[in-house]
Design a protein around this ligand. Structure first.
Ligand code: F6R
Length: 608
């Protein structure tokens, strides 16, 4: 996730672009840059770091001109660095581009363009765009951009300028947001409305594959066939604060709703039906994997819970024994690890002190370390031997939601990749999992529709001091995450238990009115879980059950049922966690808690 802006008018573009970017920093902030048309030439200023660094740079070496584009980056392809920052240009600097999204076929395009003599300098996927536009440029920027996008697969919102037509900015979007701001004799493009609200409240909301041409005389919108499109003006009546949250009350709610996209992005270009799993930065050979006799997944909090799901997945698919441990425990308990142990550390921030310490200790003991992280260029990503990035985009709310589901996707990708290398699964079974995974974004979207039931349940139960989460197998792993979400944002005490463990103690706590959230998605454990539900219902518990559609039989025994779309049992965590996140959210809201900044917590725990 990144933010882009563009401006055409009579005023100085540079401060307007920077001010617009400051409203988009929530979309990414590891580097920033602007390109301005200055006396017929394109001048670029960009650097790694927060926007403030770019502002400093521009103070020392100002750029002057009334047309430009700008970018604030959340790295996906290539670590945060001056070189990888946007804008990106073709070799001679005549065409310059800012981009938000992922060009999935960039490696193929890069190879193709290289064969035609084009040169590349950064590690980004974006750099193919100015070169592709250059390839098609025959004196008409709009036509060249239109031709270039026919070759681009993936998601993009782009702003393009060329010194050969120094009066315009051309932009287009597909699966990444882009709006047009309509001022008085000045026009804007931006990834989100807050970036233009200081200048105008009149907006065009663009659809996929609509091309925009901004000049100081006006805005033209064209279809991919080149026909002019008439758009209605949308007049913004709300304030910038609300807009940064995309109209959601809190970042957490927004991030819960971004999960379908985060899941899709994390699978993008890695899972393709009929093709082997493609992993950018994990290079493990069959020989190396055969030399591994045990995997340890080590992490903290929510990431640790993703690791527990990872154990089920990797053991089932790749038949390698997996242990999961909490980083702060693992680092002090002298685990028996050596060159035959593979360590997988999971960390959204890539900076968690305990997880980083585990990585360093493990490397000292000759273990190979794979990192699963959301932050390109983080300490963990730099120090690990191999990295698998989750492409969740910046997670602002302290409680992790979209990072968790993408960490789960990473576990499936690693499981499938190892199964392929070790040949532990039939091709048909492998393809079935891939096909079902590709349906998950849509099913996650459907799962988000249960808000009303969850809100109602929360409004009846939020005064309770204790709650239980029950599940068996992989459902137990997700119950732990559901329970953590509830505690951290609503301050309701809760415990997660494996269904079969109940009668060994915790059932003593069940009494009339105790709230129990159960998940039953595992076909072979369904009847056993039903028995566990009956055990608590008999003792007076009020039960909410989460199950696949079609299991209506549970309605007869529980107080509230949430049905999630059917998928393979092994993939259920991606969907079953969503109602649990929403329940925690609505409980917290009922109690008036600050869901984005729960008490005593920090987003990145860089101390022990
Ligand atoms: C809970 C939460 C924390 C983090 C944990 C690890 O919602 O966000 O439990 O998961 O602090 O953080 P990372 O993944 O950054 O290492």
């Amino acid at each position: 996730m990144c933010g882009i802006v563009g401006f055409v008018g009579k005023r100085e573009a540079s401060p307007i672009l920077v001010e617009g970017l400051s409203k988009l920093e929530y979309r990414g902030y590891d580097s920033a840059g602007v390109a301005i048309i200055e006396e017929g030439d394109i001048k670029i200023s960009k650097c790694k770091g927060r926007l403030a660094m770019l502002e400093e740079k521009l103070k020392e070496a100002p750029l002057s001109g009334a047309i430009g584009i700008g970018h604030t980056r959340w790295a996906t392809h290539g670590e945060p660095s001056d070189l990888n920052s946007h804008p990106h240009a073709n070799e001679c600097g005549s065409i310059t581009v800012v981009h938000n999204g992922i060009i999935e076929n960039y490696l193929h395009l890069r190879e193709w363009l290289s064969s035609k003599g084009y040169k590349f300098f950064s590690e980004t996927d974006t750099e193919v765009i100015p070169n592709l536009v250059d390839y098609y440029y025959k004196g008409d920027l709009v036509e060249a951009v239109m031709k270039a996008v026919t070759k681009m697969e993936g998601s993009y919102a782009i702003g393009v300028i060329t010194k050969n037509e120094p009066d315009k900015v051309v932009a287009v979007r597909k699966d990444s947001p882009l709006i047009v701001g309509l001022g008085e004799g000045e026009y804007f493009i931006a990834s989100d409305i807050p970036a233009v609200l200081n200048h105008t409240r009149d907006i065009y909301l663009l659809n996929d594959k609509e091309f925009v041409v901004l000049t100081k005389d006006g805005v033209q919108i064209l279809s991919e066939e080149g026909e002019e499109i008439k758009k209605e003006i949308y007049h913004v009546t709300w304030n910038a604060d609300a807009a940064e949250k995309g109209g959601y009350e809190d970042f957490m709610l927004k991030e819960i709703h971004e999960q379908p996209k985060a899941i899709k992005d994390t699978m993008s270009s890695r899972i393709i039906p009929g093709q082997p799993i493609s992993l950018d930065k994990i290079n493990i050979t069959k020989e190396e994997l055969n030399g591994i006799d045990r995997i340890y997944i080590v992490a903290c909090g929510t990431a640790y819970h993703a690791g527990i799901v990872g154990k089920y997945v990797i053991e089932k698919l790749a038949k390698i024994p997996v242990e999961v441990d909490i980083a702060s425990e693992f680092r002090y308990r002298e685990p028996i690890i050596n060159e035959r142990t593979l360590i997988i550390v999971i960390s959204q921030s890539g900076e968690t002190a305990d997880t980083l310490a585990v990585l360093r200790e493990s490397k000292k003991k000759d273990c190979r370390v794979i990192a699963v992280t959301n932050v390109v260029g983080s300490s963990i990503s730099r120090e690990a031997d191999d990295v698998l990035y989750t492409w969740a985009g910046p997670e602002i709310a302290v409680a992790s939601t979209k990072a968790y589901v993408t960490q789960l996707i990473a576990m499936y990708i690693i499981g499938l990749h190892f199964a392929e290398i070790k040949e532990t699964m039939s091709k048909a079974d492998m393809e079935l999992i891939k096909e079902e995974m590709l349906k998950l974004p849509e099913k996650a979207e459907e799962t988000l529709s249960h808000k009303e039931t969850l809100q109602k349940f929360a409004s009846k139960t939020y005064m309770h001091k204790d709650m239980f989460f029950l599940g068996r197998g992989i459902d137990y792993a997700v119950a732990m995450e559901g329970s953590l979400k509830l505690k951290e944002i609503s301050y309701v005490h809760s415990e997660a238990y494996a269904g079969g463990e109940l009668k060994h103690g915790p059932i003593a706590l069940i009494e009339k009115g105790t709230i129990v959230i159960t998940t039953l998605t595992q076909g072979f454990l369904f009847d056993k879980m039903v028995s566990n539900i009956k055990e608590v219902v008999t003792r007076g518990a009020k039960v909410m059950a989460i199950a696949f559609e079609g299991n209506n039989v549970i309605e007869k025994i529980v107080d509230s049922a949430i049905y999630i779309p059917k998928t393979l049992d092994i993939l259920s965590p991606i969907l079953s966690v969503i109602p649990q996140q929403l329940l925690a959210y609505y409980m917290a809201k009922q109690k008036g808690c600050d869901v984005d900044k729960p008490r005593n917590l920090a987003k990145s725990v860089t101390v022990e």
